[in-house]
Every structure is written in structure tokens, then in C-alpha cells.
Design a protein around this ligand. Sequence first.
Ligand code: ADP
Ligand code: MG
Length: 472
Amino acid sequence: MSTKQEMMLMALAVKQGLIQKEQVQECMDLQAAIKEAKGVDLPLVQIALKKKYLTPEQAQNLAGGGGPVDIPGVGDSVSIEDARRIPIFEVEREIGAGGMAQVFLARNKQSGARCALKILYPKHVSNKKFVERFIREGRLLKEFESENIAKGYDYGVVGKDSPHPLYFMSMEFIDGPSIQDLLDRDGPFDEQKSIYVITEAARALAYMQERGVVHRDVKPDNIMWAGDGRVMLVDLGFAAPIRKDLVGQYEDETCGTVQYISPEQARGMADLDIRADIYSLGATLYHMVVGELPFTGKDSMEVMAKQVMEGLDALKLKGGKISVHMHYFIEKMMSKDRDFRYQTAREVVDDVTEVLQGAADLQYNPENDPSSPFMLGNPNASQRITGHSTGKFAPIRNTSVRTTAVPPTGSVRKPPVAGTTSNTSSIRKPPIKPGTSVRLPSAGTSVRLPGAPPTNPGQKSVRLPAPRKPGH
Ligand SMILES: Nc1ncnc2c1ncn2[C@@H]1O[C@H](COP(=O)(O)OP(=O)(O)O)[C@@H](O)[C@H]1O
Ligand SMILES: [Mg+2]
């Protein structure tokens, strides 16, 4: 059924002579037929676009008339021709796309330097908040000097007062896949490799934390593995100053990606700090080693409610797949209560490094791994993987969202207690004997985590698998 809003848009389009009445009628008939056959509600504008009765620009203008109206399929891409309107770059090809922007491989005409050119989707240019965030990202990238964050070069806007302004930023080009690309291609990561990636990403977070900034959208899509061996955190589009002064306050909307979002973010708390990123990094680690998302649901609200209230699936964590060390890292990072997580990103790096000193099996050197995207070891492995999936694990496409927070009612404030769910705060650190090599227990060994109360009273032990072969 056509909504009142889209009927008004169509009436406007007819009035402006962009489309004929008969064509609108044909689109409406098609819409009804698709609804009947597939149960899908396609917006009229999208159908008119498909039939080429409207151009993307016309559709965008119609939508833009009354402020930022989000019509699926309209204004959520930037063509290479559009990108070429920015005079300072030679644009080569598209290399990535996210929820906010499209990214191209380009060259600065003056310096000849290769760069990644990120351009805000047209549908967001009328949203002041999005434009501000985009510009803040450009500024932060330019200020930051970290091995694990792409260096920012230029940022600005072309045609600011025209109907189609292009907000852009250029930055160091990262020649390599994202962690999501690798998950789509190969399925779950070996523990060694995932720990390496997470520790390197934590270094980027430590750098940001030391400058009073929280990322707010850490996830596999936003971590890239460059051909020169560096693991890099990208997409500072939601990065914001840490606001300690907002303790006890809530925001109407929250941002991030619900599958990786921290409980405090899901509840819309305003005083977010680096511990929110540490939770998302833990959720990323979970996804990397388990090969599945920690929480799923029929919609964003259900997933966010689970982030707030539901414990991790003990079976997936202890059901024979992952080591006691990995279990500890994940539980500690994903504690519902941020006071029980690592308190700083530097602590993540230090603790993981310390625990691994005693676990030779979890040591990883990308230079010795021919399957890593490390260019020196394997020149072919650094090629970007796009639109390719093995089908082993269905690609999970989740874009960053603005969404309504789970209401901060008393019932969801407390983290779950041990006994019914996995209590992320009670797990203790596995013992380390610095300098000695500790092998993971072999298959079938029952190990009780030292000092930790059993999370399930009926199940006192953790079953551990045989160490898996390296070389994911
Ligand atoms: N510096 C870069 N070099 C190469 N590819 C990049 C770079 N930055 C981003 N990308 C690619 O583009 C995608 C979208 O960029 P991102 O900054 O995440 O945009 P969004 O804010 O829309 O999510 C990323 O997931 C990544 O694949
Ligand atoms: Mg992104």
C-alpha cells in the first residue's frame, strides 16, 4: 500500500512534470503485485527509479524538499562521475561503502599521492548532525598520528551552496581486506590470529583514549588488515569526545551497530567512554573465533535488549571450541557492567600480552603466516576481496545505525547474575608462568577455571578442545 507521504511525493513529481500520472499508476499496480507475490513493501519512488521514470537526482530532490527523508535506494550511493566533481583528485575506482559514505581509490592531482577518498552519501547532506560528524572525522584523522589509524590528508566540501554538495575527506589508502571481508571469505579465525588482530586494534583505541576520544562503532567492518602487516581501525564517523560530565544522563538516540553495541550504548547513556569500545572489541573477538554474532534477534530492539540483559551462550564459549584463555578475554571484555571490563585499552594490550607469554600456542607472527594479508610474506594475499563469499558463513551486513535506545528502566540496569546466564564479571584470569610454555590441554580434558565459581551450578567444568592447527 502506498503511504500518504509517498503519494504526496508522487503528486509533487506529477505537478513538476517529472513523471506522468499513468506511470505513477503503473508503479502503484506493480507495488501491489510485489506485495501480493512476495509480501514485500517496496517504496513507490524505488519502483519509479527501477522503471527509469525518475532519475536518482529527481528522486533525491523530491525527498529533500521536506528535510532529510530516508527513502531506501535513494541517495545512498555516490557515482564515480560525482566523485570526479572534486577537482583535486584523480578518481580511479570504488573500493568500499558503509552506512554513511562511499570510498574510492584516488590520487591527489598535485602531489600524485594515492589515497582513499571518502564521500558522504547525498541523502545525509541535509542532516546537520551527520555533516558535523563527517567533518569531525576528517579533522580527527588529520590530527591523529598512529600506526593503527589511517592518516588523514584533506577534508572539505565541493558545491556547498549547490543542490548537490559533496562532503569528502582523503586519507591513507589501506591496501587490504576488512576483518568482515575475511570472515565472509574464510569463516572463523584461528585464536592466535584473532588475538593478534584484537591487540592491534586495541592499540588504536589506546591512542584514541589517550586523546580523550571514544570510537563508538568498533566492529569487523571497521577493522582492516593492511598489506604492510598493520591492523587498522577505520571509520571514525561516530568518534566523539569522552564526556565524563554527562554521568547519569541519557540520549534519545544511540549510535553504533547493534550487533556489537555495549549495554550502556544500547541504553542510550551519554557518558560513554573507552570501555564501550572495549565491549565492542570483545564482541568482534567473539564473532571472529566463534564465527557467529554474540546476540541475534528479529530486529534491532531485540538485539539491543539482549546486549543489555542476556548472558553469553555458555555452550558456544565452553562447548569444546575455544581455549580457556580466549574464554577469559571475551568474558572480561564483554562484561555487562563496564566496571568489570578492562578499564583502559592499554590494559587490554598489556593483559593479553602477559597472558600470552605463558601460552606459546596463542603466539602469532603474521610474517610467518602465508595466509595473512601480509604483503611481504605473500604478495597476492593483500588483494582486496569484494563481493566474494564462500557461503560457509552467510555475510552479515550490518550498517551503523542511529536508533532509539532501550529505555533505561530499573529492570535493565543490573547486569545478569551468575547461575542463569554467563556472568561476565566472575571469570578469573588463567594462570601464567612467565617464560614457560604452556600448552593448551588436549581434547576432552576437563578444566575448572581457577577460582571461578561455576556459571552453571550443574556444570562445574569447562571442556576444552585439542588445540587447532594454526593457519587460518
Ligand atoms: N583508508 C581506507 N583505505 C581503504 N579502504 C577503506 C579505507 N577506509 C574505509 N575503507 C573501506 O570503505 C568501507 C567504508 O568506509 P567507512 O569509513 O567504514 O564508512 P562508513 O562511515 O560509511 O561506515 C570500509 O568498510 C572499508 O572497506
Ligand atoms: Mg564503516
